[in-house]
Design a protein around this ligand. Structure first.
Ligand code: UD1
Length: 419
């Protein structure tokens, strides 16, 4: 199994281009199921999760082709609209095939994704929303079985802000009869990317990017024949900027809209770092002393839960004590124990972690990744620690970061993948 070996203590300098966003491309690929024909996406990151999505699409009779960063999918009617457990268990986002399959073909069997390292992550709101649109939904043998000859437009209010729930219902509503109004929607930028692609296919959507999205159902969607460029990965951009801060260097990330990581940039400034914003480019110049700064994760535009673990790594070497509050997922502190093995002083209690910073205090250790963003935090801690850190179970990292070690090495990090 691959590991990452990192010789810490090297300040990072230079410029790096951010890849396409994992959390956008997966949904775009599922959205393609709504329209038979050929779809072309550019700026697609080469990630394990994209490969898993391709496998699922192939199992649904689609043909896929992935060359460089261009992904083509040719969508054809599947013999059966089933997303099997073997494929879904590899990637929770597979549940996003449910809305499109149901809306397009009138029924879908999608395996329940099950729990994951960062919490139970139910899909009750996805299912309630589909029921509100007239679907009959049953759970049988570990599968969701949903059917509806034709979904009907409705008003639906999400009890809780959910990114995946918003996306599943948004996709389903495009082919429903009548108008659907979704309230208390997630406002994540990736939802805008998805809505823009749906509109390119002929969907009638307004309000995307706000809490209320209105979708006027249409008879049919069609691929527009134009390639769609996937937005930049704001979480990768944030991770690379934190890498600059934690190593005391100066790092520019390009191709990213700074507005999408504003909550992080404010916090980085609070640590004493200098942040320069230009169009599609952010430069971070680290401060010799990192001041501790508290964060509370929450839906966009507040501090992203997907950057919480990386922020914690930074706070481990800050001067002073910080409080990290995780409000989105109930069990997203799996990285704490591993950071503690590297000398960090962290007390987690329920959804709050108190981090007593130790400037220059981390030391290398063999550590184990538990989930995608936790692995990124361990790599960051390794960049700051004295000695050689080895991060195991790096397959988690490969699910969501394209060539992270190559990008970090181009900034001067001493990092290599070992087999
Ligand atoms: C997506 C992102 C993930 C990110 C998360 C929050 C993808 C592939 N993944 O995950 O990286 O960390 O948004 O920004 O885009 N919930 C319910 N019932 C539901 C659905 C969700 O209670 O039916 C709860 C979840 O358990 C969680 C919270 O709502 O506590 C937010 O989850 P959600 O926004 O749905 O996350 P995902 O879409 O799974």
């Amino acid at each position: 199994m691959d590991k990452m070996a990192i010789e810490g203590g090297q300040a990072l300098y230079g410029e790096v281009e951010v890849s396409g966003a994992k959390n956008s491309v997966l949904k775009l690929l599922f959205a393609s199921l709504l329209a038979e024909g050929e779809h072309v996406f550019t700026n697609v990151p080469r990630l394990k999760d994209v490969d898993s999505t391709a496998e699922l699409l192939e199992s649904l009779n689609c043909q896929t082709q992935f060359e460089g960063n261009t992904f083509r999918v040719s969508v054809k009617k599947p013999a059966e609209t089933v997303a099997h457990y073997d494929l879904v268990r590899k990637m929770r986002a597979s549940i996003l095939s449910l809305g499109p399959l149901l809306a397009k073909y009138g029924q879908a069997y999608v395996s329940l994704p099950g729990g994951c390292a960062i919490g139970t992550r139910p899909i009750d709101l996805h299912l309630e929303g589909l029921k509100a649109m007239g679907a009959e939904v049953k759970i049988e043998n570990g599968y969701v079985h949903a059917q509806a000859k034709k979904l009907k437009g409705t008003r639906f209010l999400f009890d809780n802000v959910t990114v995946g729930g918003t996306e599943n219902l948004l996709m389903a509503a495009t082919l429903a009869e009548g108008t659907t109004v979704l309230e208390n929607c997630a406002k994540e930028p990736e939802i805008l990317d998805l809505a823009n692609y749906l509109i390119q296919m002929g969907a009638k959507i307004t309000g995307h990017g706000t809490g209320v999205i209105t979708i006027e159902g249409v008879e049919k969607l069609s691929p527009s024949g134009q390639a769609f460029e996937v937005m930049a990965d704001r979480i990768e951009a944030g991770t690379l900027l934190i890498a600059g801060a934690i190593t005391g260097g100066e790092v520019s990330v390009t191709k990213v809209d700074p507005y999408l990581i504003e909550s992080l940039l404010f916090k980085l400034k609070d640590t004493g770092a200098q942040v320069t914003i230009e169009k599609n480019r952010v430069t971070l110049k680290a401060s010799p002393i990192i001041e501790a700064a508290d964060i509370t994760t929450a839906p966009f535009p507040q501090f992203a839960t997907d950057l919480q673990a990386q922020w914690m790594a930074l706070m481990c070497v800050a001067q002073g004590t910080s409080i990290i509050t995780e409000t989105v997922f109930e069990n997203r502190f799996m990285h704490v124990q591993e950071l503690v093995r590297m000398g960090a002083d962290i007390t987690p209690k329920a959804r709050v972690a108190i981090v007593r910073g130790r400037p220059n205090g981390l030391s290398a250790a063999p550590v184990m990744a538990t989930d995608l963003r936790a692995s990124a935090s361990l790599v960051l801690a390794g960049l700051a620690a004295k000695g050689e850190t080895s991060v195991g179970r790096i397959y988690h990292l490969d699910r969501g970061y394209e060539n992270l070690e190559i990008k970090l090495a181009s900034l001067g990090a001493r990092i290599k993948r070992t087999h």
